[in-house]
Design a protein around this ligand. Structure first.
Ligand code: GTR
Length: 387
């Protein structure tokens, strides 16, 4: 009934499984020369896939010298009745004689006894909604980034804002980190230059540069969380930055976890019309030509292997293609297997609100609509603890 209602006002977008076109996914374990790859060949195959995603989907990051500096601008100890220490850091990117900066918030739980001395797993959130300032993050509970709950579970909680790194809007290239670095390099963007999704991930990586200087942070257990457009960015950020040990892609849909070839809900045509600046220019040429894409999104999940990946959907978020999000995860299994890790392979999706974890991958589909909720956070933290 829900699907029928959606279809009625779908504007030509498909919400019926029966109307998914037949498709063949590009193989993960066959290289561009058509040879089957072994574990020893994986680094070369992985580089090949990275280049394809850079060239055709997310774009190439600029090759320009920069320096990164960190200023602690606010610090408050013993917040929440002594439960945590809070810090606001200004991340400063210096290039071409000028500077670009954005905010990193970090909350470190104060633990007792044995736990006090140990570095903690750390969850950095790429926040694509209203990013709270320092005072507000401390004072006001926020379901989208439940920072106190995250600390109570024993994690360092960090966050940066998409919009501060690169504006989430058409025609504002000059105002973000992409415009800043382009100016510093003196080079004009090309059809394979990075889009905003990649630049947001780069911004997270510079924040991770800082987190790695903190003794409280467990360097081997840094997780990145992103919702929707942030969830697309999280998978690509983890592909580009191997220091991200766990990637959490929440309701990410088209250009994220969902397989493009299914053309279910949001399509390449639609997303490159509404949000052309998220991707490299070249991605647009695959609008209504998905079969010609040299990659599909299961290969993006495979690029994170053997590190951990958690994907979620929501029952009413058909725009993001829940089934296509799940399929990417299971279709990535050959990469995990090749690298000696277990992952989800069951073809049927789990029941709503029931988490499935196998080895390095996890998944749940939450009842309800598009969103990142405390339930989703709880499930994800369970997964991180299992890693
Ligand atoms: C939508 C877009 C989706 C998703 C979403 C979001 O408008 O079509 O791809 O990214 O925004 O970020 O909430």
């Amino acid at each position: 009934e829900f699907v029928e209602k959606k279809m009625a006002k779908s504007g030509g977008f498909n919400y019926r499984e029966a109307d998914v076109p037949e498709y063949q996914l590009p193989e993960i374990l066959k290289n561009e020369a058509g040879e089957v790859v072994t574990a020893g060949d994986w680094p070369a195959r992985r580089s090949e896939l990275m280049e394809l995603f850079r060239e055709h989907v997310y774009g190439r990051r600029p090759d320009v010298p920069y320096e990164v500096r960190f200023d602690v601008v606010h610090e408050q100890k013993g917040i929440w009745d002594g439960a945590a220490n809070a810090r606001e850091v200004k991340v400063r990117i210096l290039a071409g004689g000028s500077e670009y900066s954005y905010t990193l918030l970090v909350f470190v739980p104060i633990l007792e006894g044995d736990k006090a001395a140990k570095p903690l797993p750390t969850i950095i959130h790429l926040n694509n909604r209203d990013f709270p300032d320092f005072e507000k993050a401390i004072a006001e509970p926020d379901d989208f980034w439940p920072v106190r709950m995250i600390c109570e579970q024993g994690f360092v909680a960090a966050a940066v804002s998409t919009k501060q790194i690169d504006p989430d809007a058409k025609n504002r290239f000059d105002d973000g980190i992409r415009g800043f670095l382009a100016k510093a390099s003196g080079q004009k963007p090309t059809p394979s230059s990075w889009g905003a999704l990649s630049s947001w991930g780069w911004g997270v990586s510079r924040a991770i540069d800082y987190l790695l200087t903190m003794p409280e942070v467990d360097k081997t257990r840094i997780a990145m969380v992103g919702h929707s457009r942030g969830g697309k960015a999280a998978l690509w950020a983890a592909a580009e930055d191997p220091r991200i040990a766990i990637a959490y892609s929440n309701n990410s849909g088209c250009g994220g976890a969902a397989l493009s070839r299914r053309q279910f809900g949001e399509t390449v045509d639609r997303i490159t019309t509404s949000f052309p600046y998220w991707f490299c220019g070249r991605f647009r040429q695959y609008a209504n030509q998905e079969a010609k894409l040299p990659v599909d999104q299961h290969q993006l999940v495979a690029l994170v292997a053997p590190r951990a990946v958690y994907i979620t959907s929501a029952t009413e978020d058909l725009w993001a293609d829940p089934h296509g999000e799940y399929l990417s995860l299971i279709e990535a299994a050959p990469a995990f297997e090749l690298l000696g890790e277990e992952s989800i392979v069951q073809p049927t999706m789990p029941a709503a609100d029931k988490q499935r974890i196998v080895g390095k991958t996890g998944y749940h589909i939450r009842t309800g609509g598009h969103g990142l909720t405390p339930f989703d956070w709880q499930q994800f933290m369970q997964f991180v603890k299992a890693q």
